[in-house]
Write a protein that binds this ligand. Structure first.
Ligand code: PMP
Length: 282
């Protein structure tokens, strides 16, 4: 396996960054998790825009522009990967030992990838069972402390949430008690045929899968509402699912101690997602 480190492909065992890198020391970095299907990146433009927004939020003016895409493609090609998980990070790099950040003149740019086979024919994805989910005590960090639209290396909020549970996903409320999102996924639920998801006005990552699913729902004329919801709204739902780049559309089979059916809307959206991937990439 070869990874891309600062513009060069190197064997995975030799891929390393400085212990003084600010991405390592402080989480001073942005990243994206991407998925390649059939050798090309799904929703590249959306990922590039989100990474740019993250870097702007952190004032990491990295100047690598379109070259990141080339590095990702080179990584896929060097490893002969077609269906793959890809992660790319841009850190502020190594700087004198103080917290105050300087200009990102020498950012660290890393691309790693590994094989991630595509799912089954019925819209199942890499998950082989519905997810269990638990509403945890850890609250999503408010936007005015750490902007949720920025996908930074600071994932401690989600890590603390996951530490609270053995479930596949830890669901967090925001500081006001409204449903926010999972540690690494966006939340959807369906009640009486209407698809609901927390709106981007709350502290949630604008998930790229979330956006694609909302587009599919519109095309399929599934009524959609976004808003601020309480845990009781989720508990009363007929179906629920989680979205992210690796899980795609993953049904929730259990929330805390109660079971959820995998419902029609979830199945239809999962199948539509699989069909979209098929049409675009194969
Ligand atoms: N929320 C959080 C906190 C995440 O880490 C992720 C995964 N990137 C998501 C939502 C889903 O985003 P996407 O669909 O872009 O993978």
């Amino acid at each position: 396996m070869q990874y891309h480190v600062n513009g060069t492909l190197v064997p995975a065992e030799e891929a390393s960054v400085s212990v003084r890198d600010r991405g390592f020391m402080y989480g001073d970095a942005g990243f994206e998790t991407l998925r390649a299907y059939g050798g090309t990146i799904f929703e590249w433009d959306a990922h590039a825009d989100r990474l740019q927004a993250t870097c702007e939020a952190l004032s990491i003016d990295h100047g690598i522009g379109d070259d990141l895409k080339r590095r990702i493609d080179e990584t896929l090609e060097a490893n002969d990967l077609r269906d793959a998980y890809v992660k790319c990070s841009i850190t502020r790099g190594v700087q004198p030992g103080k917290l105050t950040p300087g200009p990102a003149d020498n950012p660290t740019v890393v691309v790693v990838a590994s094989e991630l086979p595509r799912g089954g024919e019925n819209g199942e994805s890499v998950w082989n069972a519905p997810a269990s989910a638990e509403l945890v005590e850890t609250r999503r960090v408010p936007d005015h402390s750490l902007p949720a639209h920025a996908k930074t290396h600071n994932y401690l909020n989600g890590i603390l949430a996951r530490l609270e549970t053995d479930a596949d996903e830890a669901l967090m409320l925001d500081s006001e008690g409204s449903l926010a999102e999972g540690a690494t996924s966006n939340l959807f639920f369906v009640r009486e045929g209407v698809l609901h998801t927390p709106s981007l006005s709350g502290p949630i990552l604008p998930g790229i899968t979330r956006e694609v699913v909302l587009g599919l729902a519109e095309e399929m004329q599934i009524p959609v509402r976004t808003g601020r919801y309480r845990p009781a709204d989720l508990r009363r739902a007929d179906e629920a699912f989680l979205t992210n780049t690796t899980w795609e559309v993953r049904p929730v089979g259990r929330l805390d101690d109660s079971a959820f059916e995998i419902g029609t809307v979830t199945r239809e959206l999962a199948a539509a997602f699989a069909a979209l991937v098929e049409a675009r990439h194969y």
